[in-house]
Design a protein around this ligand. Structure first.
Ligand SMILES: Nc1ncnc2c1ncn2[C@@H]1O[C@H](COP(=O)(O)OP(=O)(O)O)[C@@H](O)[C@H]1O
Ligand SMILES: Nc1ccn([C@H]2C[C@H](O)[C@@H](COP(=O)(O)OP(=O)(O)O)O2)c(=O)n1
Length: 437
């Protein structure tokens, strides 16, 4: 069963192309800004667990910017600012400074640092801190390092710290430990549930603990598909392995295999996704063609107007979508787009065989609604309408072939095609017809 799709109003299609270009540009901008997001590591643990000590080593070795919330607050406290006395009193009492103050200090430090990888030490201390950071700075941590240390060890270390801090005394430390258990552990639980916490046993010498930290940081090179420029600056036993990884990373960054370059159409060195192989071609051998459809009942009813909900009707009514007589579409469905599939106009038109897109079985056969959901507007848009309309001149007869297997419950073609389009395909005044050849 074959239907021909023709386009009748070129200016409308141009408008649609402009819209499509805008969408692509927006996606590209988002992708770029994602790449520029800072890499945030929250470093948590009780008072005296060794957060600051380990942060200094991590920052040196892996070139992170180290921002200690406590240090920023102490600086603010001694700068005679209007909040100085308040901060002093809160810290001395072992309590937590209002989030707005701490987060703004952190935000300024992040923006002025010039780095893009941060260790944020001693933050967030409570849920309020966490929520304020997400609201004001607008990012979540990529990972959370949690230094787990027994209480008696923490007390011993704090009392030996000897930095003249107003809160390093036995009375304040007891309160801080209570605050840690009551307010900070729930934050750690929150990030644990999100799979972001890396718990490190903080017992042992400084170097022993650092040996446990190092592999965590080294693994971040490839965190979430991003290649971070995380390199150990000190010589290490694994330096030859690291050098091999670096060489591979540099190679990938130089070539079209780069994960971070050329993601926009017409990118550097002519890398253009449009010229890349069609990623949707099936890798397995094609399955045999489905048996032909059973004969259809004749239907003389006039073509159905395509009803689009507002706001799609704002400018002008959508044109009619001429549908053939009701068609039994047994399952599974197969859509074939007889056009090369590109999302942007190729420099050189590439001739390709039709690319069949199987709607993956098992198809839910019981509910027509479930079926139409699979053929959603974005599906049609991405795989059929969008590519067609951005290709420049259409071929004489672009075809959308719908073929189907033996008949389980019948589904009307009107329902199948109207429902997804009416669901929100944002095409203004495009004029499409589906015609029987
Ligand atoms: N692994 C360790 N073993 C023994 N002492 C440590 C260790 N790590 C840190 N210290 C010492 O304990 C004290 C508290 O460490 P610090 O890094 O300031 O902890 P935090 O930032 O978590 O409060 C410091 O005097 C530090 O030198
Ligand atoms: N997010 C934060 C971090 C620290 N503070 C206050 C309260 C803390 O007891 C002090 C000292 O913090 P700091 O991180 O330097 O303390 P420790 O390194 O855990 O001993 O600062 C805060 O109010 N909010």
């Amino acid at each position: 069963m074959k239907y021909r799709i023709t386009r009748t109003k070129v200016p409308n299609v141009l408008r649609f192309m402009a819209f499509f270009k805008t969408v692509i540009a927006k996606l590209a901008t988002e992708a770029t800004s994602n790449r520029c997001n800072p890499f945030i590591t929250f470093v948590l643990g009780g008072p005296g667990s060794g957060k600051g000590t380990q942060c200094v080593k991590i920052a040196e070795t892996f070139r992170f910017a180290h921002l200690s919330a406590g240090d920023l607050l102490r600086e603010e406290m001694s700068s005679n600012s209007e909040n100085g006395t308040m901060i002093h009193d809160i810290i001395k009492d072992g309590k937590i400074v209002p989030s707005e103050i701490t987060v703004n200090l952190l935000r300024k430090a992040i923006h002025s640092s010039g780095n893009h990888k941060f260790l944020i030490d001693g933050f967030p201390r409570n849920e309020e801190n966490r929520i304020a950071f997400e609201r004001i700075v607008g990012v979540e941590p990529d990972i959370v390092l949690f230094f787990d240390c027994p209480e008696e060890e923490m007390v011993k270390r704090v009392l030996n710290r000897n930095q003249g801090r107003v809160d390093d005394n036995i009375d304040t430390i007891k309160k801080r430990l209570e605050v840690f258990k009551k307010l900070n552990l729930p934050v750690i639980d929150y990030y644990s549930a999100k799979g972001k916490v890396c718990k490190i046993n903080a017992v042992g010498t400084v170097n022993e603990v650092f040996e446990k930290v190092k592999p965590v940081l080294a693994a971040l090179r490839y965190c979430e598909g991003r290649i971070l420029d995380i390199h150990e600056s000190s010589s290490s036993s694994s330096s030859s392995a690291a050098a091999a990884v670096d060489a591979a990373t540099r190679y990938h960054n130089r070539t079209k295999h780069s994960l971070t370059r050329g993601a926009t159409p017409g990118g550097p060195r002519g890398l253009d996704w449009a010229n890349q192989p069609n990623p949707f071609l099936p890798s397995s051998p094609p399955s045999p063609p489905p048996p032909p459809l059973s004969p259809e009942p004749h239907d003389d009813s006039p073509p159905l107007p395509l009803r689009l909900p507002p706001p799609f009707l704002r400018r002008s009514p959508f044109s009619r979508l001429h549908l053939p007589p009701p068609l039994r579409l047994p399952l599974p469905l197969r859509l074939e787009v007889h056009r090369p599939l590109h999302l942007v106009p190729p420099r050189q038109p590439v001739q390709r065989q039709p690319s069949p897109h199987r709607v993956p079985p098992p198809f839910p056969t019981s509910s027509p609604l479930a079926t139409t959901t699979l053929l959603s507007s974005s599906f049609l848009f991405l795989f059929f309408l969008g590519p067609l309309l951005t290709q420049g001149p259409l071929p004489r007869a672009p075809r959308l072939d719908i073929s189907a297997g033996p008949p389980p419950p019948p589904i009307s073609a009107r329902r199948l095609l109207l429902h997804p389009l009416a669901g929100g395909l944002e095409v203004r005044r495009a004029c499409l017809s589906i015609l029987q050849p």
